[in-house]
Design a protein around this ligand. Structure first.
Ligand SMILES: NC(=O)c1ccc[n+]([C@@H]2O[C@H](COP(=O)([O-])OP(=O)(O)OC[C@H]3O[C@@H](n4cnc5c(N)ncnc54)[C@H](O)[C@@H]3O)[C@@H](O)[C@H]2O)c1
Length: 349
C-alpha cells in the first residue's frame, strides 16, 4: 500500500484528541500527510497541548472536546484517549457528523463496540479502529505469502509480545496488547477463532493482570498461542508461523523482520503395516525484502481515503468489533479459571 495523495480531493480537515503517549504520533503523521489538514488538537491537560503546539505552532488547541464537535470546519476526529473513554467520545463525534478514527481497541466491550458500529452505519460515516499492524509492511509481506498458498495449510501460529512496561492503570495486559496480535491473526486467517482459553496473573499490582497466555482455535484447523506481558527482561515481538509447506519467523525488532524457512516434515509411505517414517526437509532460508514506511502514515492515509472515496478502510469497523469479541472471550475464560470459551457468530447489526 502506498500513501494516497488526494487525487484532486480536498485534504481531510481533522482534529486529534488525546495527546498522551500515543496521540503525538497521530499528530506527526497527519501533519506530514498531503491528504490531511490538521486543524486542531485537544487534550484535557493544558501541558499536553502546550508540548504539541510548541512543535506545531499553526495548529489550534483546545481543552474542550465540545469545541471540536461544534466546529464545522472539522470533518474528522482521530482519538487516542484511554479505552474507557472511547465509547462516549466516539458516540459524540459520530452524532455530531464527524468521521472517527479511534485507537485500538475500538471499545471496552462487545456491547459498546456494536453500538458504535451501528451508529456509524446509521450516520453513514467512517468509523475506523486503529489496528496499526494491518499497515505494517512485514505483516503484509506474510499476508501475501499466506494468500498465495506458499506456506501451505497453516498448522499453528505462536506469538510473543513481551516487554518491561508500560503497566496500564485502567486495563489488563490482554486489553492493552492482545488487540495487536488478534487483529493480525484475524487479518491473516480472515476469520475469528471458534474457541479461546486463557491464563493470567497479577504479578505487580493487585487486580491488574500483567501477564497472559492465550490459546486460540480456528475453524480452518489452525491453532494459535499468544503470550503477552509487561514484565519481561527484554523486548520480544516475535511470531512463528508453521505451515505444511514452509515456516516463517516474523521478528518485528529485527532488521530482517520476515524470514521464510523452506522446512517441513512429511510422513513417508510405511514399508510395513503400522510403521511410520518421517522425512525431514531443511531447505533455504530467505529473508524477504520489506518496504520501509511507517505503518501509521499508511493508516492515516487509508482513513482519509475512506472518507473521500467511500472505500472501506483495511482496518474496518468489522475487524475492530471482532477483536473486541476475542478480548472479551479472553476475559470470559479468565473469569472461569481458564475454561475453553466458544466465540459466537458476530451479532447482526
Ligand atoms: N496503535 C498503537 O500501537 C498504540 C500504542 C499505544 C497506545 N495506543 C492506544 O492509544 C490510546 C491512548 O493510549 P496512551 O498510551 O496514549 O494513553 P495516555 O494515558 O498516555 O494518553 C491519553 C491522553 O488522553 C487525554 N484525555 C483523556 N480523556 C480525554 C478527553 N475526554 N478529552 C481529551 N483528552 C482526553 C489524557 O489527558 C491523556 O493525555 C489507547 O486506546 C491505547 O490502546 C495504541
Amino acid at each position: 500500500m502506498a500513501v494516497w495523495n488526494g487525487q484532486g480531493f480536498d485534504p481531510v480537515r481533522v482534529a486529534v484528541v488525546g495527546l498522551g503517549y500515543w496521540g503525538p504520533n497521530l499528530v506527526r503523521n497527519l501533519n506530514e500527510l498531503p491528504d490531511a489538514h490538521l486543524v486542531s488538537v485537544c487534550d484535557v491537560r493544558a501541558e499536553a497541548l502546550e508540548r504539541v503546539t510548541r512543535r506545531y505552532p499553526t495548529v489550534e488547541a483546545t481543552t474542550s472536546f465540545s469545541d471540536l464537535l461544534a466546529d464545522d470546519r472539522i470533518e474528522a476526529l482521530a482519538i487516542a484517549t484511554p479505552v474507557s473513554t472511547h465509547h462516549p467520545l466516539v458516540t459524540a463525534g459520530l452524532a455530531a457528523g464527524k468521521h472517527v478514527f479511534v485507537e485500538k481497541p475500538l471499545a471496552a466491550s462487545v456491547a459498546e463496540a456494536t453500538d458504535l458500529v451501528a451508529l456509524a452505519e446509521r450516520q453513514r460515516l467512517v468509523l475506523m479502529p486503529g489496528h496499526t499492524f494491518l499497515y505494517s509492511p512485514p505483516v503484509n509481506t506474510i499476508k501475501a505469502l499466506i494468500d498465495a498458498g506458499e506456506l501451505g495449510d497453516i498448522y499453528f501460529i505462536s506469538t510473543s509480545r513481551v516487554n518491561l512496561g508500560l503497566h496500564q492503570p485502567d486495563v489488563s495486559v490482554a486489553w492493552d496488547l492482545a488487540p495487536h496480535d488478534f487483529s493480525i491473526l484475524r487479518y491473516w486467517l480472515e476469520q475469528v477463532p471458534t474457541h479461546v482459553s486463557a491464563l493470567s496473573r497479577c504479578c505487580v499490582l493487585p487486580d491488574i493482570p500483567d501477564v497472559a497466555f492465550i490459546n486460540l482455535e480456528f475453524a480452518v484447523g489452525a491453532i494459535a498461542h499468544v503470550e503477552l506481558s509487561w514484565l519481561a527482561p527484554s523486548k520480544l515481538r516475535r511470531t512463528t508461523i508453521v505451515g505444511s509447506q514452509k515456516m516463517v519467523v516474523y521478528d518485528d525488532v529485527s532488521n530482517e523482520p520476515v524470514r521464510v524457512f523452506d522446512s517441513g516434515v512429511m510422513p513417508r509411505d510405511p514399508e510395513t503395516f503400522g510403521e511410520y517414517r518421517l522425512s525431514y526437509r531443511t531447505g533455504d532460508i530467505v529473508s524477504k525484502q520489506v518496504d520501509v514506511v511507517e505503518p501509521l502514515l499508511l493508516e492515516m492515509s487509508d482513513f482519509c481515503m475512506a472518507i473521500r472515496t467511500g472505500v472501506e478502510p483495511r482496518s474496518s469497523h468489522d475487524i475492530g468489533l471482532d477483536v473486541v469479541r476475542m478480548v472479551e472471550a479472553v476475559d470470559a475464560s479468565l473469569a472461569t479459571d481458564g475454561t475453553r470459551v466458544e466465540i459466537a457468530e458476530q451479532p447482526a447489526i
